[in-house]
Ligand binder design. Structure first.
Ligand code: G3I
Length: 374
């Protein structure tokens, strides 16, 4: 765990563009990274899965698919399996991109995460004018039956409900005031999970959330609300198998990780849940301007220290980064980045824009090597 004193020391060093020389092998002598030196091999040695999010369009790029197949044994569609991209109209489904990812993964014997059935974002344009209190339950169950049914038996785990907690909405149950809540009520969660279990009994049904990782007051409050939701669902015998901790975290910001994350993992485990780190990336915007190599080292330190905590518990079964290469990261598209650092592309992932392994790659691999067996 990074102490606050250590963190401030690193931040001050980062401020003058120096990254602490760490014992961490940023680019160890053995820079061979394939076969038994790949992320997936090192993860497998510890009973873990190593994955990343995939944009189907990139499956047409040889450089991308070469690294994807060599390094990962788990994939998730960044967008292709979401309600909006799948549903151009109320009566049609567009499965082309999702099918392409499933086919690629099956060909390369990779496991597949499904993401996601129920979310307040990326609903199709027709949804607002079509969904009513009378038909919303049927829209939801028809969607899940069709999509989960299409990939029945092929999916390792589904993010059935994504980001249902929003404390600032002020509800006693901390649920987000989403369209699904307004139209169906809190029981939308139970309906979604029971429908998903019926449609694909083999898939591990996951609740996926962000902003629950660090030691801040806001993350601590959201962590407590998330665990309370999971407890309510389990107490109602809702079929729920795993917690997804998204892990969109930051370098160079005063974000520290420690017992809060440990307690979250332990809380999930006490409910009989597995834990997946589902969308890991390390935003480097808060690192003061410095050479890419210096920023890469600070990002790698965050990967190393965060994953060391994540892997302490044998409840943790998988980690996926939200993308494979910096060239495709969603982080370059977010408003704060575009406004603040439009000419400083983010470097949040294990492979840079030229598909070269970054220090974060070696930090991740080192964290796998140090993880207890599960
Ligand atoms: O495909 C359309 C394209 O046809 C159109 O021309 C273009 C311009 O409008 O938009 C394209 O869709 C974009 C889509 O990504 C595919 O690139 C959407 O506008 C854009 O909003 C969407 O962003 C995705 C975002 O979720 C949606 O909220 C990001 O790629 C994706 O990385 C991000 O992922 C989420 C997870 O699902 C849940 N956790 C948070 C994470 C980051 O926000």
């Amino acid at each position: 765990m990074i102490t606050r004193r250590e963190y401030l020391k690193r931040s001050s060093l980062a401020a003058c563009g120096l990254a602490l020389a760490r014992t961490l092998p940023a680019e160890p002598g053995n820079s061979h990274i394939e076969g038994r030196d790949s992320l997936k091999a090192r993860a497998h040695n510890r009973g873990l899965l190593a994955g990343c999010a995939v944009n189907a369009a990139n499956l047409r790029e040889d450089a991308f698919t070469k690294v994807l197949a060599a390094q990962y044994n788990l994939v998730v569609a960044e967008n292709a399996m979401k309600f909006g991209p799948l549903r151009p109209t109320p009566d049609t489904f567009n499965f082309a991109d999702a099918d392409a990812l499933v086919a690629f993964a099956q060909h390369h014997k990779m496991k597949i995460r499904g993401h996601n059935f129920v979310w307040h974002e990326q609903l199709p344009a027709w949804f607002a004018g079509t969904a009513t209190k009378e038909n919303a339950k049927k829209i939801l169950t028809d969607h899940i039956h069709t999509v989960a049914g299409r990939y029945k038996g092929k999916i390792h785990s589904w993010d059935v409900v994504n980001e249902a907690i929003n404390i600032s909405d002020g509800r006693p149950d901390s649920l987000r005031k989403s369209s699904w809540l307004e139209l169906i009520g809190p029981e939308y969660l139970e309906l979604a999970y029971r429908t998903a279990r019926q449609a694909d009994p083999k898939a591990k049904l996951t609740y996926n959330e962000y902003g629950i990782e660090d030691q801040s007051e806001s993350d601590s409050a959201k962590r407590a609300a998330t665990l309370a939701l999971l407890k309510r669902l389990k107490a109602a015998n809702v079929p729920l198998d795993a917690l997804g901790i998204q892990s969109h975290i930051k370098a160079g910001a005063l974000q520290t990780f420690g017992n809060g994350l440990r307690e979250l993992i332990a809380g999930a485990q006490s409910l009989g849940l597995e834990v997946y780190f589902t969308e890991l990336d390390v935003n480097d915007d808060a690192i003061p301007d410095s050479a890419p190599a210096a920023r890469d080292r600070i990002v790698a330190d965050v990967y190393h220290d965060y994953l060391a905590i994540a892997f302490e518990s044998t409840a943790t079964k998988a980690v996926l980064t939200w993308g494979l290469t910096d060239a495709h990261t969603w982080l370059n598209g977010i408003k704060s980045h575009r406004e603040k650092l439009p000419n400083r592309p983010q470097r949040p992932l294990p492979f840079d824009a030229d598909y070269k392994p970054t220090p974060a790659f070696f930090a991740m691999r080192d964290a796998f090597d140090k993880a207890p067996h599960r």
